[in-house]
Design a protein around this ligand. Structure first.
Ligand code: SFD
Ligand code: AMP
Length: 622
């Protein structure tokens, strides 16, 4: 403990995270802060150039509304999101992001991101809302703009944010530790933006030792946003709405370009198109089963029914799709050229964002123009920015939010001074990389205003900070004090190492909360048992032991995941129906119920150490 220096950093606005939402927040906050003489600080657990979900790059920008080009209206986008989430969405938040997202995309292009253009100079669309990009360096470009706006001296990298600081009901900062130096950080601020991404590896991944760590979403997004907002006492929403994407099997390559750009279909092992043969099933999920495009979870569901019936493997019919594109021209020379073009686009799609899928194709001698590739449903993730919805419950924008959804500052949680964006904000799905950046900008403008209008901070109790420092660093002490008592440091009755803890959490979630091995199925009985076991795991979290700073990071990542897991199980239990069968299926409540067309929210009350479950109405703005 005495080896750890305490470093105190004061600012007006504190941005937690360095991903898409945080980078958007940085650019906007810097602008408004300069006008008002305020200081903005950003903290990322990793290096901003390659941190977060966009680390490897992306091959598409998934949210572009094209309002000025007359392509779509804001209402079109809200309709799309509402339908995809089976009616459960905050229209005011979705509309607010949709009306700002195009300008964010134009900023990306100005900063140097290559967006595909056709012969007339118009953006090339992957689908109605998606634009094709050469996105290998997407994150580097976006991070550079953020760092330039803030100034290098205001950016703290490789500092892991662990816990919120809350005084008199207001969030006044955060504490964390460096993952490279013996430094304990105390960040004090007038307003705080949580943008630390979603949560991965809460559930057991499909791959074991041979591919451990491989997942669709980045394993280093480990539930920090959810933990931070829950522990601050903020109301959370849609904690049951996990996301299960369908991806190329084992290496998690994206499917969007195949379905939308190349117009591919997927079939089962018998060659049947489950979207056709299983169509009658969609009637059961009316009205959402009838909309176009079919909601993501229902597309999953139809596929899962085939898998349950033993009709796998499921294939993306790449060879048929490429064949059909090439067959559009009869000239042999043009055909050859087209084939080459599509082939290279297909490989680039993976190389831009999921390099391991290209490696797997190479390793398995896969020529997409010759043979199909397997696809599969991934393990569940918590991500408020894609087709899931979990996150904090936020105030909407004053001009369009129903009054029940507005409490003074856009994108503020129910805790004064604490804002959220991107994966950290709930019930505003389908923002992806571009919408998360736009939402970060929205949250930042509001957070600067909060800092300007609320300059007097409550006093921060030093004893509280000392207690947090002791608790946060305890795993190092526990390991150090006991490691010599056994032959193998992994086996010791005095502590549990983070990897063992992670396996226990994942097994529990997999078996009781509807993971891969139970076909995403759970029930009241299973969830109650799971919660009982989770309570015991939480007891053991007090005994996590860490040999190094890196392991200390792993310990706290796991504690963050545990709280996300608990919020999830409690909310699935609370929602007395099945609404997203392709995300999870309640075997004891197998259908959707009209009286559950509401938000299922929850709040953890830190002083009483109690959870409260809350139903909130869905208020439409269109
Ligand atoms: O199609 C702490 N996403 C896609 N979006 C698109 O627009 N197009 C695509 O092509 C997309 N695809 C895709 C996508 C993601 C991934 C992983 C793949 C493919 C393989 C989704 C977007 O990437 C996503 O919506 C946004 O990035 C979300 O933004 P944000 O800011 O909410 O999360 P982040 O970018 O992951 O950043 C999180 C940051 O927090 C840091 N962090 N910092 C301090 N302390 C802690 N304790 C912290 N914990 C985390 C991280 O380091 C990071 O900086 S497609 O296949 O779907
Ligand atoms: P994905 O690669 O699955 O993340 O998809 C990228 C984008 O395309 C997201 O906006 C998805 O919602 C959308 N998408 C993927 N597959 C389909 C499909 N079969 N029908 C409609 N939209 C899709």
């Amino acid at each position: 403990m005495e080896k750890f220096e305490t470093v105190e950093v004061q600012s007006d606005v504190l941005i937690l995270g360095g991903g898409m939402a945080a980078c958007g927040a940085a650019v906007e906050a810097a602008f408004w802060a300069k006008k008002n003489g305020k200081k903005v600080v950003l903290v990322d657990k990793a290096s901003m150039d390659r941190s977060g979900a966009v680390a490897m790059g992306l091959s598409a920008i998934n949210q572009y509304v094209g309002v000025k080009d007359g392509q779509n209206t804001i209402k079109d986008y809200v309709d799309y999101v509402r339908n995809d989430l089976m009616g459960i969405t905050r229209e005011d938040l979705v509309a607010n992001i949709a009306r700002h997202v195009d300008s964010t995309v134009h900023l990306f292009e100005k900063w140097g991101l290559p967006i595909w253009k056709d012969k007339e100079g118009k953006y090339v669309h992957e689908g109605r809302w998606q634009l094709m990009i050469n996105g290998e360096s997407y994150k580097v470009i976006v991070a550079e703009a953020a760092k330039n706006a803030l100034g290098a001296e205001n950016v703290y990298e490789r500092v892991f944010i662990t816990e919120p600081l809350v005084e008199e009901g207001r969030c006044v900062g955060a504490v964390g530790f460096s993952v490279r130096e013996n430094k304990f950080y105390v960040f004090k601020a007038k307003s705080v933006i949580a943008a630390m991404g979603g949560a991965v590896h809460v559930f057991k991944p499909r791959s074991g030792g041979e591919g451990l760590g491989r997942s669709w979403y980045p394993p280093f997004n480990s539930g920090a946003s959810a933990y931070f907002t829950i522990k601050a006492g903020a109301e959370m929403t849609c904690q049951e709405v996990r996301f299960i994407p369908v991806r190329f099997k084992d290496a998690y390559g994206p499917v969007g370009a195949w379905f939308l750009l190349f117009k591919s279909i997927a079939t089962n092992g018998l060659g049947e198109d489950y979207m056709q043969t299983r169509r009658p099933e969609l009637e059961k999920w009316k009205p959402y089963g009838m909309v176009k495009p079919v909601p993501a979870n229902l597309r999953n569901w139809l596929m899962m029914l085939d898998v349950k019936d033993g009709k796998g493997p499921i294939y993306m019919r790449t060879e048929q799709a490429i064949g059909a594109i090439v067959a559009k021209t009869s000239d042999p020379k043009e055909r050859k050229q087209k084939l080459k073009e599509v082939e290279s686009e297909a490989w680039e799609d993976f190389l831009d964002m999921t390099i391991s899928q290209a490696i797997l194709w190479a390793a398995t001698n896969t020529m997409p123009e010759e043979k199909p590739s397997e696809i599969a449903a991934c393990e569940p993730y918590f991500i408020g920015s894609h087709s899931g919805a979990s996150g904090a419950w936020l105030s909407g924008p004053e001009d369009i939010a129903p009054k029940e959804y507005f409490w003074g500052y856009t994108n503020m949680t129910t805790i004064q001074g604490l804002f959220a964006a991107g994966d950290a904000s709930g019930a505003s799905s389908h923002k992806f990389s571009s919408g998360s950046h736009a939402e970060g900008r929205i949250a930042a403008k509001s957070a600067v205003r909060y800092a300007v209008e609320n300059p007097n901070m409550p006093k921060i109790d030093n004893a509280k900070i000392e207690a947090l420092k002791e608790r946060i660093l305890r795993p190092l002490e526990l390991f150090e004090n006991h490691k010599g008592e056994t032959t193998d440091a992994d086996v010791n009755p005095n502590y549990i190492r983070p990897k063992q803890y992670l396996f226990r959490l994942q097994k529990l979630m997999d078996e009781y909360a509807g993971g891969v091995s139970t076909n995403f199925t759970t029930s009241e009985k299973l969830l109650n048992k799971g919660l009982e076991l989770l309570e015991l795991l939480k007891e053991d979290s007090e005994k996590l032991g860490a040999g190094t700073l890196h392991e200390l990071l792993r310990c706290w990542e796991n504690i963050h995941r545990t709280w996300q897991a608990e919020a999830h199980m409690r909310t699935i239990l609370f929602r007395d129906e099945t609404r997203w069968p392709g995300y999870y299926f309640r075997s004891d409540r197998p259908a959707m119920k009209d009286d559950w067309k509401v938000f299922a929210n929850c709040t953890y009350h830190p002083n009483e150490k109690k959870w409260e479950m809350i139903k909130r109405p869905i208020l439409s703005i269109y």
